[in-house]
Each structure stands twice: as structure tokens, then as C-alpha cells.
Design a protein around this ligand. Structure first.
Ligand code: ATP
Ligand code: MG
Length: 141
């Protein structure tokens, strides 16, 4: 089984029914929930996590947004968990998502390209790094 990190971002956590729907989607798609955590980032956590985007035009708003309220993080396990979760989320940009893959989470619930409901690791290597970032107490042997 492969692990991935899935995060429900502050825009989605702020909508209790959406939070519940996304949790249900995880279960309906047969992911195993290995760990789950509700947390709020400091601005410095946000800056550290998104360091790769430093300098991009959306960096400030991204960092601001991700430290604006509670999030929920999951370690999910499934065969090909990384790509399955990303398929469920859909494209980063909400309008592209609506156009190309209207059934995805971001197409249905995304507000803007930044406030796009969810995060998912983009590779197994990212998953390992991101899981350690969100769940420092978790380690696979
Ligand atoms: P994530 O890493 O959150 O799963 P992603 O891998 O689809 O999303 P990245 O390119 O890693 O997208 O960007 C990280 C986050 O930065 C996006 O999820 C979104 O919140 C924000 N972002 C990315 N591109 C844009 C953009 N063009 N305009 C505004 N915000 C953006
Ligand atoms: Mg990414």
C-alpha cells in the first residue's frame, strides 16, 4: 500500500457540511485512514511548507490563506494512493477543473485557484516529506 498526505484546507473546513462530505468521500473511495489531525498553522509553518513557491505571484495569498484557520490532515493508505487522491481533487485551478473534470472536488467546491479545498501529495517522495511535516511523531519503522 502507498501512503499519501491529504489536507482539507481552511476554506473547506469552514463549511461543516463540506468537511463531512469530504471525509465521507475518503471512506467511500476505500482509503484507509492511518492518521488524522486537526490543526492550525502559524504563518511560519505555511511559509516553510510552501517554500518551493516563494516568489510566485500567489505566494503571499497562499501563505496567508493556509494559516487563516483550522485544517484537517490525513495520512491515507491505498494502492496508488497518491494518484487516486489527486484524481479525486482534480486540477489546481478551479475553472480549469470545472471545465475539464466537473465531478472532481475542486470543480465542485473550490472557491478560487488558491482557496481550492484540498491538498494532496504529488509523488511518493513528497508524501514522505509532507507526512513528516504534518505528523512528526509518525514514522514507518
Ligand atoms: P497542492 O500542492 O495544494 O495539492 P497542487 O499540487 O495542485 O496543489 P501547486 O502547484 O503545488 O498545486 O500549488 C500549491 C497551491 O498553491 C495550490 O493548491 C493553490 O492553493 C495555490 N496555487 C497554485 N497555483 C496558483 C495560482 N495560479 N493562483 C493562485 N493560487 C495558486
Ligand atoms: Mg503541490
Amino acid at each position: 500500500l502507498q501512503l499519501t498526505l491529504a489536507v482539507i484546507k481552511p476554506d473547506a473546513v469552514a463549511q461543516p457540511l463540506l468537511l463531512e462530505a469530504l471525509h465521507r468521500k475518503i471512506l467511500e473511495n476505500n482509503f484507509i485512514i492511518v492518521r488524522r489531525k486537526d490543526l492550525i498553522w502559524k504563518r511560519s509553518d505555511s511559509e516553510r511548507f510552501y517554500a518551493e513557491h516563494k516568489g510566485r505571484f500567489f505566494y503571499q495569498r497562499l501563505v496567508e490563506f493556509m494559516s487563516s484557520g483550522p485544517m484537517r490532515a490525513y495520512i491515507l493508505a491505498k494502492e496508488d494512493a497518491v494518484s487516486h487522491w489527486r484524481e479525486l481533487m482534480g486540477p489546481t485551478k478551479v475553472y480549469r477543473a470545472r471545465y475539464t473534470s466537473p465531478k472532481t472536488i475542486r470543480a465542485q467546491y473550490g472557491l478560487t485557484d488558491t482557496r481550492n479545498t484540498t491538498h494532496g501529495s504529488d509523488s511518493s517522495e513528497s508524501a514522505e516529506r509532507e507526512i513528516a511535516f504534518f505528523f512528526p511523531e509518525f514514522s514507518v519503522q
